[in-house]
Write a protein of this length. Sequence first.
Length: 393
Amino acid sequence: MKILFSPYQKFIPIAKMLHAQGHELVSSHPGLTKNFNDLDIPSKPLSDFIKPDDKINALNYSSAALGKMIDQSYDGYVNFSDKVKLFMTNNIPAFMYSRLADLSIAVTAINNYDPDIILVHNDVEPITRTMAAWASGNGKPCLHIPHAVYMDVGRGAPGTDVHDIITASHLACAGKYQREWYEERGFVPDNIREVGIPWLDSFARTVPAKDNAIRLLSLRPNLPVITYASSWRQDTNLLGCHDGVEEYYGKILEAIQFMPGAQLIVKVHPHGNNADWHMVQAKDKGVNCIVTATHLEVVLQATDLLISYGPSNIIFEGSFFPSVRLAVSHGYEQDKEIIKIGENAASIQVAETIKNALGAESQNYTGFRYKYCGITDGKSAKRVVEFVEELLS
């Protein structure tokens, strides 16, 4: 059977199992195809299925569609605000100009490949929604395997955030919490399977090796290691348009100055593209620290206290390491295992909470992890593959 993947590197274990079962694999991005092939997982890029005339045909279609947009009036759309109506009337053709042709070519390539199932890691980017919409229009299953467990913090009511959009036909969710989150947004309950989180399989199998991690990071073994997981601007709804990420990082840097000897690691989001900014801020405040977007497992192995800005999924990953205490600026309000520092706490208060947390015993996070992640036995990818096989049968 023919399987099309969206461009997500963490699909590799799933792809490896599906290849072993004799399926043909194609990725919508050549980078993922290269990753597959480098690991002896035969694959082709979706671009291989573009025929000589497809590009000009896609461009002609895009031109025709843009022409219709120019003549479209949006005054009758009662759910649009006046500003949205103005943008749609004046700017939507320009907004779509650089996007529509690429998506049209992608649809043509998908038509030519004609996959039996499509796997996506999100349902909101233009390419993943296009893939899911193609599946819906052609009677093929599209399995959404969420790249994260979304929280209600900072998102507003269902329907107010781009992540609330549902296009895929089926969902491989983590557990009950994520199932209920998607059901509240309209996902068909019978099309949801609780499988755990495949991306956590490697953490479930990790053998703690704190001393080795300390050595690899050139840290001092007799001093506490604090890891701050920063974030990046989440402007997928208006509640996310604020400077909280920048402001709280400043508080962390100031708090560390009240703690001589504490060793700070700043773990930035791998897709945030803001590591340089974090380094500059630390330098300006005279704080010596490690800033990295990678090496997550080694960083967590070395950590005594993990702090995230908001209810980040990195807290789930940190929960696998017995020596790590878990804290957040805000979020996880119902979870007593997680230390809440306070989004509006002053720098000195942040420092005092960190000191107290370092002196406390690490908690048992098994129940907390199960609440959000479902079963974490290292076999989630296997359960996803079983679900794929059912959808193909």
